[in-house]
Design a binder for this molecule. Structure first.
Ligand code: HEM
Length: 505
C-alpha cells in the first residue's frame, strides 16, 4: 500500500506547487510538462535549437520547468534588451548548481559570483587591469607567437610528401593555439613543445580542465528537484578531486611567480593578480578561482569560433577569396600579417562578426538569475528564476536580419553593427553587467587565426566533398563545437620563409 501513496503524494505536491505559482504570478507561457520533472526530458540535447523551436510555438519569451526550477528563455532582441539593459542589475546573479557552488567556493570567484560588492570589485579588476587595452597590447607578442606556430605546424603537415592532397583536421591545429595562448596569457607558461607534446605539468593542467568539464556533465536529477536530494547523494568526489588537483597545481605556480615577480613579467594575469592582491583585497581562493575561470571561459571559445568560420568560408568560396584578396592587397605576399593590420582589413573583421552572429560559441550565454521579482515582456519573473538569452536564435531571427541563414559578411560593411554588447541583434558576448570581459581578446584571437590561415594557405574541403556538403552538425553542450572536426586540404600560397614560427625564429 505504501508504494502507490508516495508517487501520489509527490504528484499532488507538484501539481499544487505549479498551481500556486500559476496563480501567484503571471508567468510566460510554457510547454506542458510532466509532474515532478516538468519539461526536463522535453529539452533536446541541442538546447538552443530546442528553445528556438519552442519560441515559434510559445512566443519569444517562455517558461521552462526543469524539475521544479523555473527557467525563462528569451529569444528576441527586444526582450534581450529588457533582460540585459533595462533589468540588468536585477538579473545579474548566477544560478549555481551544488557542484558549481563547491568548485566556486560558494561564488567567491568571478563566473559564479552573484552580482554584489565582491563581483563589482573583481569586475573592476578585470576591466581596469587584466583586460585593459594596454595589457592586451603588451600580450600581443604571445598571441602572434602562437598563431605563427600554428602556421608552421600546418605548413609542415601539408607539405609532407605522403600528405599531398590529403585532408587534415583543422581542430588539431586551432586547439593548440587557444590552449597555448590561454596558458601563457593567464599562467605565463607554455606546456606544449613544438611537436605538440605536452609536458608533465601540461598533462596535469589538462587533467584539471577535463575534471571541470566532467563535473558540469554529471549533473544529477536532484539538482532540479530539490526534495529528491534526500534520495540522491551529492557527488562530492568529482568536485573535491577537482579542487584538490587545482589547488595543488596553482599553489605551485603562485609560489614560483611570487619569487620571480619582476617588472618584466607582470603582464601575465597571474603576475598581475599577485601584484594587485593586496590593493584589491583578494583572498587566495578568489585569485585561484579567477585564474581557473579565465581558463574555463577562454580556452575553447575562440578555437570553436575559428573552426566554424573556416567551415563557412569553405562553403562560401566567394567570401574566402574576397577576404584573401583584401589581405593580399593590404599585407602583400612578402611579410606576415599582424594584429596591427586589422584596422586596414575591414572585410576580415566583418567575417569574424558574421561568424559570431551565426555561430556564437555559447548559444544560450551563461544562465543569469533574478535577485528580485521583475517584469520582462509584461510577464512576471519571480526572484530566483533562471534566465537564458538565446543569442543563437536572435542572430538568426528573420524579423531583424535579412536572409538570416546566409553567411554574408557584407551585411556588417553595409551597416556598422557592434558585436560587443551595444546592439541587441547580435550578442555573442552577452551585454550589460555580465558581458564577457574577454570579448576584445576573443575577437583579436579569432581574427588573427583567420587572417593567418587565409593569408598563408588556399583551402578546399576534403577530397570528394562539395562545399555545400560540409557537415555543419553541432555538438550538444554549453559551448557549441562542430560535431565532427572539420577536414580540410591546405595548400601553401606564400614564399616558404614566411612559414617560420615566431617562437623558433
Ligand atoms: C570568441 C570568444 C568568446 C566568446 C564568444 C565569449 C562569450 C561569452 C559569453 C556569452 C559570456 C556570458 C555572458 C553573460 O553571462 O551574460 C562570457 C562570459 C565570460 N567570458 Fe567570454 N567569450 C569568449 C572569450 C573569452 C576569453 C578569451 C576569456 C578570457 C580569457 C573570456 C572570459 C569570460 C569570463 C571570465 C566570463 C564570465 C563573466 C561573468 O560571469 O560576469 N571569454 N563569455
Amino acid at each position: 500500500m505504501a508504494l502507490p501513496i508516495l508517487p501520489a503524494t509527490l504528484l499532488i505536491i507538484f501539481l499544487a506547487y505549479k498551481l500556486y505559482k500559476k496563480l501567484q504570478y503571471n508567468l510566460p507561457p510554457s510547454p506542458s510538462g510532466l509532474p515532478i520533472v516538468g519539461n526536463l526530458y522535453d529539452v533536446t540535447p541541442l538546447k538552443h535549437r530546442c528553445f528556438a523551436e519552442w519560441s515559434k510555438k510559445y512566443g519569444p519569451i517562455f517558461s521552462v520547468f526543469l524539475g521544479s526550477q523555473l527557467n525563462v528563455v528569451v529569444c528576441s532582441a527586444d526582450l534581450a534588451k529588457e533582460v540585459l539593459k533595462d533589468n540588468d542589475q536585477q538579473l545579474a546573479d548566477r544560478y549555481r548548481s551544488r557542484p558549481a557552488t563547491t568548485i566556486s567556493k560558494d561564488g567567491t570567484d568571478f563566473i559564479w559570483a552573484d552580482y554584489g560588492p565582491h563581483y563589482v570589485k573583481v569586475r573592476k579588476l578585470c576591466t581596469l587591469e587584466l583586460f585593459s587595452p594596454k595589457r592586451l597590447e603588451a600580450l600581443r607578442p604571445i598571441r602572434e607567437d602562437e598563431v605563427t606556430d600554428m602556421i608552421e605546424a600546418l605548413f609542415r603537415a601539408s607539405t609532407k610528401s605522403d600528405n599531398a592532397g590529403k585532408s587534415l583536421l583543422l581542430r588539431d591545429y586551432l586547439g593548440p593555439v587557444s590552449f597555448n595562448n590561454i596558458t601563457r596569457l593567464i599562467l605565463g607558461k607554455r606546456y606544449m613543445d613544438s611537436d605538440g607534446k605536452l609536458s608533465q605539468e601540461g598533462q596535469d593542467f589538462k587533467e584539471i580542465a577535463m575534471a571541470r568539464i566532467d563535473i558540469s556533465r554529471n549533473i544529477s536529477i536532484a539538482e532540479y528537484v530539490p526534495w529528491l536530494r534526500w534520495f540522491f547523494l551529492v557527488d562530492n568526489v568529482g568536485p573535491a578531486k577537482y579542487l584538490e588537483l587545482r589547488e595543488r597545481f596553482t599553489r605551485k605556480i603562485l609560489q614560483e611567480r611570487t619569487h620571480a615577480l619582476t617588472k618584466e613579467n607582470k603582464q601575465h594575469f597571474v603576475d598581475a593578480l599577485l601584484s594587485l592582491q593586496k590593493e584589491y583585497d583578494l583572498s587566495e581562493d578568489t585569485v585561484v578561482g579567477l585564474l581557473w575561470d579565465m581558463v574555463a571561459a577562454g580556452m575553447d571559445t575562440t578555437a570553436v569560433v575559428a573552426e566554424w568560420a573556416m567551415a563557412e568560408l569553405l562553403r562560401h568560396p566567394r567570401v574566402l577569396q574576397k577576404a584573401q584578396e583584401e589581405i593580399d592587397r593590404v599585407v602583400g605576399t612578402d611579410r606576415v600579417m599582424t594584429e596591427v593590420d586589422f584596422s586596414n582589413l575591414p572585410y576580415l573583421q566583418c567575417v569574424t562578426k558574421e561568424v559570431l552572429r551565426l555561430h556564437p560559441s555559447t548559444p544560450n550565454m551563461l544562465p543569469h538569475r533574478a535577485s528580485t521579482n521583475v517584469k520582462v515582456g509584461g510577464y512576471d519573473i519571480p526572484k530566483d528564476t533562471i534566465v537564458h538569452v538565446n543569442v543563437w536564435a536572435i542572430g538568426r531571427d528573420p524579423a531583424i536580419w535579412k536572409d538570416p541563414l546566409e553567411f554574408r559578411p557584407e551585411r556588417f560593411m553595409e551597416e556598422d553593427i557592434d558585436v560587443k554588447g551595444q546592439n541587441f541583434r547580435v550578442l555573442p558576448f552577452g551585454a550589460g553587467r555580465r558581458i564577457c570581459p574577454g570579448a576584445q581578446l576573443g575577437i583579436n584571437m579569432v581574427t588573427s587565426m583567420l587572417g593567418h590561415l587565409l593569408h598563408h594557405f588556399n583551402w578546399s574541403p576534403a577530397p570528394g566533398v562539395k562545399p555545400q556538403e560540409i557537415d555543419l552538425s553541432e555538438r550538444p553542450g554549453a559551448v557549441c563545437f562542430m560535431l565532427n572536426p572539420l577536414p580540410v586540404v591546405a595548400t601553401p600560397r606564400l614564399p616558404a620563409h614566411l612559414y617560420k614560427s615566431a617562437l623558433t625564429a
